[in-house]
Design a binder for this molecule. Structure first.
Ligand code: HEM
Length: 158
């Protein structure tokens, strides 16, 4: 029975990752290039804010599901020792990425970047959007590397 719950947790883990990182991939590779083609800075800022504000609750929910299902899996495998084993570095990479996103979604974005963003977007739209896009690319590439490492690690590659 507990193995069945492990499979449920693993399926939820992967589904939440699909929604979350898939959303980041779409924003980075589809929304930003489309936004660049818009004529006015007002339109660009409007589109960016519309999409980000709708995606943020999804990303937060997915982040929570990934963390809870991940911790459940570690608990049910009783695999806490893996956190200190070098060949399970990919588990530490998953957790590190999860912590980075948690800080961004719950601390840095709402408390630090958010309040200043409106002003920066108005003052220097192109530069501010270029920096945000670069940040999205970094997060996307990191996430894809961690996903590849986790799938390979789960299937005994390392
Ligand atoms: C608190 C954070 C996390 C914990 C505790 C955690 C834990 C785990 C565990 C225990 C497994 C199964 C390992 C096994 O079957 O031997 C797993 C699988 C996996 N995790 Fe995580 N994880 C976390 C966050 C993440 C993040 C942020 C990502 C990627 C964005 C990720 C991607 C994956 C992938 C792709 C798999 C493999 C699924 C499969 O091939 O079936 N995890 N994770």
């Amino acid at each position: 029975m507990s193995y069945q719950w492990f499979i449920v947790a693993r399926a939820l883990h992967v589904l939440a990752i699909v929604v979350w990182i898939g959303g980041i991939a779409a924003i980075t590779t589809v929304m930003f290039p489309a936004m660049r083609r818009l004529e006015s800075n007002e339109q660009k800022v409007w589109l960016f804010q519309q999409i980000e504000s709708r995606f943020r609750p999804q990303a937060r929910m997915a982040w929570l599901i990934v963390g809870l299902s991940g911790l459940y899996m570690v608990g049910s495998l009783n695999a806490w020792a893996r956190f200190t084993e070098v060949r399970y570095w990919w588990i530490d990479a998953m957790v590190a990425l999860w912590v980075i996103f948690g800080l961004l979604l719950f601390v840095i974005e709402p408390l630090v970047v958010g309040p200043r963003l409106e002003r920066r977007l108005k003052a220097e739209t192109a530069g501010a959007l270029a920096r945000i896009q670069a940040m999205h690319w970094i997060l996307l590439v990191l996430s894809l590397l961690v996903i590849a490492a986790a799938v390979a690690g789960t299937h005994g590659w390392f």
